[in-house]
Design a binder for this molecule. Sequence first.
Ligand SMILES: [Zn+2]
Ligand SMILES: [Zn+2]
Ligand SMILES: [Zn+2]
Ligand SMILES: [Zn+2]
Length: 229
Amino acid sequence: MAAREQSKGVCFFCRRELAKGGLTRHLKTCPKRQEAIGKAGQKKGQPQTIYHLQVQDLWNGDYWLHLEMNGKARLQELDHYLREIWLECCGHMSVFQTGSGGWGGSEIAMSRRAEQTFEPGMVLTHIYDFGTSSETQVKVSDVRSGKPLSKHPIFLMARNRPLEFKCMQCGKSAAWLCLECVYEHDEDGSLCDEHAKDHPHHDYGEPIPLVNSPRLGMCGYTGPAEPPY
Ligand SMILES: [Zn+2]
Ligand SMILES: [Zn+2]
Ligand SMILES: [Zn+2]
Ligand SMILES: [Zn+2]
């Protein structure tokens, strides 16, 4: 299930395609983003501190997000966002902890506001589901003072393109995953449309669609892996 090369994504503002690290630098200087920030600045309302968050799966860095989060927003908004775009399967518990190493940091309350919590360079971990856990690293990569880009507390600036998987039977582009192959037969489990149809395994149900989430296949997660707004 390893991806072939470092995953890329598209800048929301100018549509340029770059890798994760390239986007961190690019987003600081993207002229179209500056334009959008300028426009937002003319709207009514108080300016606030706004954070650029670089988010990635702790175990597979090919899954990542670049987000902007309002300083006034609470961590539960970020929790909600991560659940919607990547994680939610059956309403498990979740927690934010200090540090980048997964379990073992101290808990940060969901009711905390971003501006009470974040400092540039800070890294924290989000853990969803304390059984089959998904661990997500959140790095505060930059900060600006101004108006938000939308009426929502979080704004998606970029995410990785869907990773490309090949069918384990024919090598064509895969769109499906057989969980029985993964868990019982130590196989890749990725299948093209054609080979998903007549695949003989049913113990874990039919093959599930390969969606753009690091939780794919964990605790029966099947997507949709779409942002909430
Ligand atoms: Zn751009
Ligand atoms: Zn679950
Ligand atoms: Zn195939
Ligand atoms: Zn199978």
